[in-house]
Design a protein around this ligand. Sequence first.
Ligand SMILES: O=c1ccn([C@@H]2O[C@H](COP(=O)(O)OP(=O)(O)O[C@H]3O[C@H](CO)[C@@H](O)[C@H](O)[C@H]3O)[C@@H](O)[C@H]2O)c(=O)[nH]1
Ligand SMILES: [Mn+2]
Length: 395
Amino acid sequence: MPVTDQAFVTLCTNDIYSQGALVLGKSLRNHETSRKLVVMITSQVSGRMRAVLGKVFDEVLEVDILDSADLVRLSLLKRPELGVTFTKIQCWTLTQYTKCVYMDADTIPLRNIDELFDREEFSAAPDSGWPDCFNSGVFVFRPSLDTFRRLLQYAEDNGSFDGGDQGLLNSFFSNWATADISKHLPFIYNLSISSVYTYIPAFKQFGSEAKVVHFIGTPKPWNCKYNPQSKWVVEEEALNGEQHQLFLVHWWETYISDILPLLTEQEEFDGTDKHQFGRIELQMKSENPSSDCSKEAQPDNPGHSQPSSSSGQPPLDDSLQGQDLLPSQLSPQPVTEDSFHMAHLSKSVSELSIQEAEEALKMEEERRKWEEGHIDYMGKYSFDNIQKKLDRFLQ
Ligand SMILES: O=c1ccn([C@@H]2O[C@H](COP(=O)(O)OP(=O)(O)O[C@H]3O[C@H](CO)[C@@H](O)[C@H](O)[C@H]3O)[C@@H](O)[C@H]2O)c(=O)[nH]1
Ligand SMILES: [Mn+2]
């Protein structure tokens, strides 16, 4: 029986974290939750991503960004970007629901977890770094404007000891560690990925009971490159153990089978919107600069390995370079839609990252436009742009 006054709630402030929210939401659905699914977003989330989120979540709600702006404490965490997690506390404003379970966008349920709604506010699992603190990636709460106001006031008066929401919430619900054991969620409801290799025997003993995996810290699954043929996350092996790999692979398999088709479908529906793509790429470059799990990403070399065609310049098919280019000659070879889609995937599957998947979608749309004769002679394929491309090539 669907329960309409209770909901799982998550948060994404940009299109990157939205990828995680989509995998989370779809996984909750795959495990047949009977509760509503709500995602809080902020103004930075693109229109296209909002539409895709709307296919998975019952409610896509825009909220204001709340930022602790506490760079000093956040730098102790080595996560300067986490000030925006203050936005999370707006989940208390969702008073259309009587009880909710908040889950970070970097969590993934491995089975049905509706039993969490039997718990009371404020229930959470211990943080693996300091078990007398709870981790704020999964918690049970009761929406209340009064609690929200008190939290805001508390934040204003005291700040947060870690600069993020977790420090704030731990100070606010300060008797969590001692008052009521029923409010301690078992660790299997928020299995921090780092504990897999900090306490391997415990993981071997209890890991199979895991219900929610939390990709806490960096890198996040979406910053990793995935090889769907070998079912392995590229370059991750040396860093972490096989179990970590299995969870990452599970995340990626869900992303490929359940989320990529939704993104493609939306892309087809929208038609090409270069500005949206540009924005996604820009965000990928500027946000979470240190979280790429590829070894090339050094602190002084921020950003993610970008596909070569995302340089911001008009990409032209490599095979066309060196030829006399006329718009009429740029038309691609005829291919069926299916074979083209597969060709894209098989080209990118060897090392599929979200950036590359996005790029594949972009190229597919471009190609379709060419096939349909909708060629952007005034913009991308204007004489000037082609001339510039030729000049660069001939330099
Ligand atoms: O730019 C951002 C950053 C975070 N989030 C959301 O906020 C959550 C928390 O950020 P995350 O990167 O997942 O933080 P963690 O690595 O999990 O670090 C810990 O510290 C954070 C700050 O206190 C807490 O929010 C987390 O629950 C806690 O696990 C994410 O999952 C998203 O839902 C965004 O939407 N955009
Ligand atoms: Mn998290």
